[in-house]
Ligand binder design. Structure first.
Ligand code: ADP
Ligand code: MG
Length: 228
């Protein structure tokens, strides 16, 4: 069994206080190992995005611990959290959020150069990832010249650019037709296996969720195993 890349231990997250407070996560526990893909399927408003934000160190829980590749994060300051996030986590959103002025390749190269990778190495990695995701021939096109499925595969390549240990994806195919969703999901699965990344993916698509190694849902703020 490979190592645990993401661990949530008794995570509690509520919004607001008193009578109007919403308890989204209560004693939520989860472990995701390298090379494992876990799908979260739950109704809108159940807390999927909250769980992903907390896993991605974009939000803090009120209590509980989030461990990223064995590092507990509750006592880290903002700078420590930001550095750990940059070093270990790749995020994919429902809408690609690619930089419109730059080519697909540049969108994958820039985050690496920001991290200090030299241009030639960043381009090599960029080409490899775009190839792996089946968008190699589109490397020099800008996002507006790409289809929705291609844009999303470039966004996945960008999330993977700096060798993250965890990929978090929030309804990455929510905006795509079924055939395109299928292709994007397949590309994501290939990447996770190839690179041994732990992946947590929120999706409404049951057919896609069934292809994950494990399916979980959120019930009363807890993460529970689910069969579809
Ligand atoms: P999902 O992604 O499953 O649709 P979310 O995690 O976005 O669910 O939201 C879970 C619940 O938390 C919802 O009731 C939502 O209204 C509430 N919520 C999310 N973010 C905030 C916030 N920043 N302030 C107040 N309530 C929020
Ligand atoms: Mg959401």
């Amino acid at each position: 069994m490979s190592e645990i890349h993401l661990k949530l231990d008794k995570v509690h997250r509520q919004y607001g206080q008193g009578d109007t407070s919403v308890r989204v996560l209560e004693d939520a526990d989860l472990e995701v190992r390298g090379g494992e893909m876990v799908a979260i399927v739950a109704p809108s408003g159940a807390g999927k995005s909250t769980l992903l934000h907390i896993s991605g160190l974009l939000e803090r829980p009120q209590s509980g611990e989030v461990e990223i590749v064995g590092t507990p994060t509750s006592k880290l300051n903002e700078r420590g959290r930001t550095m750990l996030r940059r070093d270990t986590i790749g995020y994919v959103y429902q809408f690609h959020h690619l930089l419109p002025e730059f080519s697909a390749l540049e969108n994958v190269v820039l985050p690496q150069m920001i991290r200090g990778v030299d241009k030639a190495d960043a381009e090599k990695r960029g080409h490899e990832l775009l190839e792996l995701l089946g968008v190699g021939p589109r490397a020099l096109h800008r996002p507006a010249e790409l289809s929705g499925g291609e844009q999303q595969r470039v966004a996945i390549a960008r999330a993977a650019a700096n060798h993250p240990r965890i990929i978090l994806a929030d309804e990455p195919t929510g905006n795509l037709d079924p055939a395109t969703s299928d292709m994007v999901f397949q590309a994501l699965t290939g990447l996770i296996q190839e690179e041994g990344v732990a992946a947590l993916i929120a999706t409404h698509n049951h057919d896609l969720a069934r292809r994950a190694d494990r399916i979980v849902t959120l019930r009363d703020g807890k993460v529970e195993t689910m069969t579809l």
